[in-house]
Ligand binder design. Structure first.
Ligand code: BGC
Length: 765
């Protein structure tokens, strides 16, 4: 066996072990290898198993792992997170003890950092800072690869307009353009331009497709939508990830047009391979092949054959391929070419990762000490967190705080560690999180006058707490009664200059399998906010959450609101940096915040109806509600700063554009306040008259700009015909001639506009 590995190494070296090795050379290598593989060994490559030592995300974990590896029945392992010795031992089993010595992939969910935990993805997206997002992914890759991981199940690029769906925490919000830019940044961060480097890992874009649109916001639920919506809204981030060279795509649990995504040939072959030229490999989601049985598509043998024929290459955990494909082959339900194709796709990924050159490429026992949780990484996490916060209100400029003010720090999330990191923390130690109380003292000095009281439980209901606490205590119900806690908090608050209340969701109140029908604060915390407001003291809310919350009452009662999502390992320090003005907040929402759950879905890029409503006043026979305005509480793109910005001189360089030309928009942005700050300048386009109805606005560009107090800068955006095009009902991407309105401004609902005309159709039809 070892001889074989040596032989392979020689063969690889003889060609080139460079990532950019011509495809034909990779193919020749793989053909040579596959010519020696039995059908069982080929099927083995399609099998991903988990020993279940860490957190499984489904009910099933694999058995007889060691024996299967040695028998060549495993293509990859997932769920082992370091130390490298563990991965080395497992890799040795595959390389030394299996007949052909084919190395394993080691996959893991490294969603927002590995041990250095960054803000949850929706928080990061609110930075609108692609360099920052890329850097967080690059650091995550360096840390995870130091522990031996070579394959990551990130980014999740599911566009979502569904705040009831808990997994909005893991994505970049409601907009296809922004999600596409984030997809590119994250793929670059994880893979860099050299997949075979021992500091990069293969990225997986997930969940293909439409997972972000479950009916009722209930995780794993049915999805149904038109093709124009799919292609204009939900698909673009996947296309972008593929253009950026993503190595792997994960299928979704849901069905698409009635066929589960995992067995959907139209999705996995016609779109992915034929339309978008994807040449990586496709992994199922956790047991999603098996779950096609519950979808009512057939028995395990039938659904496995269907998934393979559809274009699925690897089966996550369910072992449906392993246990049925051979039989299906014998019975003529599938032909060997399907197995070969899938096997080839998996082997190609291993080749690109450099594993045939050196199966231990990612395993270096000296690296964890050098790469993981370094001072630089923690600094980056603190900076990223501060940049992800969104200032929603700041009445009378109550923020930033003054160090001389006495503070009442109140709330169930003010002095604890288990929720700061947010959902999807597989490898990190939650106890390393910096609580807010500590952060306030770190930043303002031990001597600050600060008193703390919990004030309320995150939730008072033990049954609810039990559902949230599946991975450990997130909601800890105090032994004291709610009344006693509240009294203590009010007492402290009444004697302080300012109240800072840190409230919101526990980390597992969002994330996978954490949908909510009511997305407001739990009653225990609503009562706390009311009582604190009742003291008449200035009230600052620091709100943590994995999703937009409905919070009209809290918005009225508070003087200032800083929305911090779940900020990661440096939570407390970053919050204090912003509260004390060491960082001037610059985050902008990437999901609209509904006024109440009945408004859902509410999103900025909706199409116009035939009876549109102007403004928020109710008008009979217009599309509106009797009991709530149409507008959200906070729109997409909204976020304040400690300074103010003005937009002037909006102009285009011409009035008419031809499809082969570009048009440039200029706008001058001025920092009109007293503090330096950053602004996210947003560009939207509306296509005025088309053959199919168009969104009232579509984000088509943004730039984050730093301006000193009083400084002005002219910002320019280049618009090409691609920015004007849309998918029609036949899925043709085209731009139609006519008028376009271009908007620039500080938020989707606060923009100035100019217009121009596109002269001809594109493409020529
Ligand atoms: C999730 C995926 C994840 C996988 C492996 C599934 O339940 O949907 O996003 O990558 O588990 O942990």
């Amino acid at each position: 066996m070892k001889k074989f590995v040596f032989l392979i190494t020689v063969v690889v070296l003889a060609y080139s072990c460079n990532q950019r090795t011509a495809d034909s050379e990779i193919d020749r290598f793989i053909n040579e290898l596959m010519s020696q593989m039995s059908i069982q060994e080929k099927i083995g490559q399609l099998n991903l198993i988990t020993p279940g030592a860490d957190i499984p995300t489904g009910a099933t974990v694999s058995t007889d792992v060691e024996e299967k590896i040695k028998n060549g029945q495993v293509g990859g392992i997932f769920g082992i997170s370091g130390p490298p010795e563990r991965i080395r031992q497992t890799q040795e089993m595959a390389v030394n003890d299996s007949r052909l010595g084919i190395p394993l992939l080691f996959g893991l969910d490294v969603i927002h950092g590995y041990k250095t935990v960054f803000p949850i993805p929706i928080g990061l997206s609110c930075s609108w800072d692609m360099e920052l997002i890329e850097e967080t992914a690059r650091i995550a890759a360096r840390e995870a690869t130091a522990d031996g991981i070579n394959w990551n199940y990130s980014p999740m690029i599911d566009v979502s307009r569904e705040p009831r769906w808990g997994r909005v925490a893991e994505g970049g919000g409601e907009d296809p353009y922004l999600n596409s830019e984030i997809a590119r940044a994250m793929v670059r961060g994880y893979q860099q331009d050299d997949l075979a480097s021992s500091y990069t890992m293969m990225s997986t874009a997930k969940h293909f497709a439409l997972y972000g649109a479950p009916e009722g916001g209930r995780d794993y639920n049915t999805v149904d939508m038109s093709r124009t919506r799919m292609f204009n809204i939900y698909m673009p981030p996947f296309k972008a990830a593929i253009e950026e060279g993503v190595g792997c795509i994960m299928t979704a649990f849901n069905d698409v047009e009635g066929v589960p995504a995992t067995g959907n040939r139209w999705l996995l072959t016609n779109i992915l391979r034929e339309k978008w030229d994807f040449d990586g490999f496709v992994i199922s989601d956790y047991t999603s092949v098996n779950e096609m049985v519950d979808h009512g598509i057939g028995d395990l043998q039938a659904v496995s054959a269907l998934a393979l024929k559809a274009g699925l290459d690897m089966d996550m955990v369910g072992e449906a391929f392993l246990t049925t494909l051979e039989k299906s082959l014998e019975e003529g339900i599938i032909i060997e070419a399907y197995i070969d194709n899938a096997c080839r796709n998996v082997l190609r990924a291993k080749y690109r990762l450099g594993l045939f050159d050196d199966p231990y490429r990612y395993i270096d026992e000296t690296l964890p000490g050098k790469e993981i949780l370094t001072a630089e990484n923690l600094h980056a996490a603190r900076d990223a967190a501060a940049r992800s916060f969104v200032l929603l209100k700041n009445k009378g400029n109550i923020l930033p705080l003054d160090k001389n003010q006495s503070i009442a720090l109140i709330g169930p999330l003010a002095y604890e560690k288990s929720n700061m990191m947010g959902t999807w923390v597989v490898s990190a130690d939650r106890q390393m999180s910096v609580p807010v109380l500590e952060g306030m003292k770190n930043v303002a000095g031990e001597e600050i006058n600060i008193r703390y009281a919990k004030g309320a439980n995150i939730h008072d209901d033990p049954d609810f707490a039990e559902k949230v606490n599946v991975f450990g205590p997130r909601i800890v119900i105090d032994e004291r009664s709610p009344e006693v806690m509240l009294r203590e908090a009010v007492g402290i608050a009444s004697n302080a200059d300012v109240i800072v209340a840190v409230i919101g969701e526990a980390s597992e109140m969002s994330g996978e399998s954490s949908s909510r029908s009511d997305i407001s604060l739990p009653e225990s915390q609503k009562k706390l906010v009311r009582a604190l407001a009742g003291t008449g003291k200035p009230l600052v809310l620091v709100m943590m959450s994995g999703r937009p919350l409905t919070m009209e009452e809290e918005y009225e009662l508070a003087d200032a609101i800083l929305f911090v999502w779940h900020p990661g390992i440096e939570a407390g320090n970053a919050i204090a940096d912003v509260l004390y003005g060491y960082y001037n907040p610059s985050g902008k929402l990437t999901m609209s915040f509904p006024r109440n759950a009945g408004q859902i879905p509410v999103y900025y890029n909706h199409r116009s109806t035939g009876r549109p409503q102007e403004g928020d006043e109710f008008v009979k026979f217009r599309s509106n509600y009797l009991d709530v305005p149409n507008s959200p509480l906070f729109p997409f793109g909204y976020g304040l700063s400690y300074t103010t910005f003005d937009y002037t001189n909006l102009k285009l360089n011409k009035d008419v554009m031809k499809p082969d030309e570009e048009i440039t928009l200029f706008v001058t942005v001025t920092n009109t306040g007293d503090l330096d700050g950053e602004e996210v300048v947003q560009l939207y386009i509306h296509d005025v008259i088309r053959t199919i109805t168009q969104p009232v606005k579509k984000l088509k560009g943004f730039e984050k700009v730093f301006l000193k107090a009083g400084e002005s800068k002219e910002i320019s955006f280049t618009i090409t015909v691609n920015d004007l095009a849309f998918y029609d009902n036949d899925v043709n991407f085209k731009a139609e001639p006519g008028e376009f309105i271009v908007f620039a401004g500080t938020s989707s609902d606060d923009v100035a506009s100019v217009s121009f005309t596109l002269q001809e159709k594109w493409p020529d039809q």
